[in-house]
Design a protein around this ligand. Sequence first.
Ligand SMILES: [Zn+2]
Length: 241
Amino acid sequence: MRDYIKRLLIAAIMALCVSLLFLGGKHTEASMNDSQVIKEEWIWPTNGVISDTYGTRHGKHKGIDIAGGLNSPVLAVEDGVVGKSYFSQTYGNVIFIKHPHDFVTVYAHLNKRLVSEGQKVKQGDQIGTMGKTGQSTGVHLHFETHQLEWTFDKKNAFNPEKLLGDTDVGLTVKAGAVSVGNPVLEVSSGLNSDKNHYVVQAGDTLTSIAHKNNTSVEKLKEFNQLSSDLIKPKQILVIEQ
Ligand SMILES: [Zn+2]
């Protein structure tokens, strides 16, 4: 009987070793995939100025905001298939694209959606135009990246900078530019150096901004689709179109 238990014990230990070996192997494979994925060359989805980055608003902002002109083309960052294309109360006109390696990208607040569910897209294809539909304070693209799938709690979201390169509020990005390894970002020396955009400072009013930029309050309101005179610091306004 003792012999039997001993043999059982040895068998159990061997099974444990084999499973550990198996798990270990799996793990190596997963990390190899990860490093492969990071080498992928995504492109920036639109032209504009970064107006907010990932993880702000007490960690609730799960994307990057790019402020630009109304109806600026919005491009697919990588080849893929359109998962969803619809209107949501919060995202507004929104498009979800599924990419290789189980990545999902989300393009929100679009003015127009130009692709439909199930459609195949190539990297750089125009999928829509920039807008301020849904819960949005100004014309901008809210761009999210997820791994495996998008979920309501956004638990699979990751910082798009991982694949697009580092960026920061106030920097200009160019649609179609690849930023992995070589910074595509045209770094402006100051936040106000980009002629087409103005970053609102504390104490600014639409009148003072219009005066500083040789434009009118009416034009500012039209370009930025503002329904009131209310503006807030760090908000990025389109000055010219
Ligand atoms: Zn956003």
